[in-house]
Design a protein. Structure first.
Lengths: 153, 111
């Protein structure tokens, strides 16, 4: 078998997606395929799937909006999933600008129902973290960003 | 994201999105809210029943719409939020900011 077939077996899916609407469609389709690979009695609940999908989509959105330059039409985001015993893991790798941690987490500012002070963005990272058990970011010496998303099954 | 806008009386509009309300569609959602408010429909009900996925940019569009509506002495209320939309509203504590109703009719009745 060619290596590409080998990498699509079991819970291991490896795929490159484009940093655009078609890539986001492909990412959602990839996750829908992943859930179908679980036996019925091991498949995570719809709420679990939704949380994992939310985190994955937030990181992909962050990469597309902040890391990959708009003029770079050759950049791809590499997606790789693995399952080991009780954890589902998804690694996203892309060339581009390094991630910079935002200065504040807006979800901590919501103590007052008056909306005028509410930010209209930057909820993404806090949301991704809330949906996962661990979220790791690494910048490689080759200039790639690697995000590792893990959630206990 | 596709949007169907319906007017109810002189100042209420319901905006029903379908598909994903995410970073790719959030600016279109913001435009729908701005247009409704500019047309005098300052009381907006966002029908999420056919929305398959909401991300943080989608939430940002809802917050922007809420601010615009409140500035026009109106409001933006949410109806028929599916499980994933409700989960992200709760995780960001935005469920404490929006009035969230089971149906569009319920939301309209509160205006």
């Amino acid at each position: 078998l060619p290596p590409s077939d080998e990498s699509q077996s079991g819970y291991a899916i490896a795929q490159d997606i484009t940093p655009d609407a078609a890539g986001i469609d492909a990412l959602h389709a990839l996750l829908a395929d992943l859930w179908q690979r679980f036996p019925n009695d091991e498949r995570p609940s719809p709420a679990w799937q939704a949380a994992f999908t939310t985190a994955v989509a937030e990181i992909a959105s962050n990469i597309i909006r902040h890391s990959i330059p708009a003029e770079d039409d050759r950049a791809r985001i590499h997606i790789a999933t693995t399952r080991d015993s009780n954890t589902m893991r998804l690694v996203m790798t892309n060339p581009g600008r390094a991630f910079e941690e935002p200065s504040s987490d807006p979800t901590h500012q919501i103590d007052d129902p008056d909306p005028f002070d509410l930010p209209e963005g930057s909820y993404g990272l806090a949301l991704a973290r809330a949906c996962l058990d661990t979220l790791q970011y690494e910048r490689t010496i080759t200039g790639d960003n690697t995000w590792t998303l893990s959630k206990r099954l | 994201v596709d949007a169907t806008v319906a007017h109810h009386g002189t100042d209420i509009a319901s905006v029903a999105f379908s598909g994903r309300l995410d970073f790719l569609s959030s600016s279109s959602a913001r435009e729908h809210f701005s247009r409704a408010i500019a047309d005098g429909h300052r009381k907006i009900v966002v029908d999420l029943s056919r929305v398959t996925f909401v991300d943080s940019s989608g939430l940002g569009a809802l917050v922007a719409g809420l601010k615009s509506a409140r500035q026009a002495s109106g409001d933006l209320r949410i109806a028929s939020a599916p499980e994933q939309a409700m989960a992200v509203l709760k995780l960001t504590s935005l469920d404490r900011v929006f009035r969230i109703h089971a149906t569009v009719e319920d939301a309209i009745a509160t205006f």
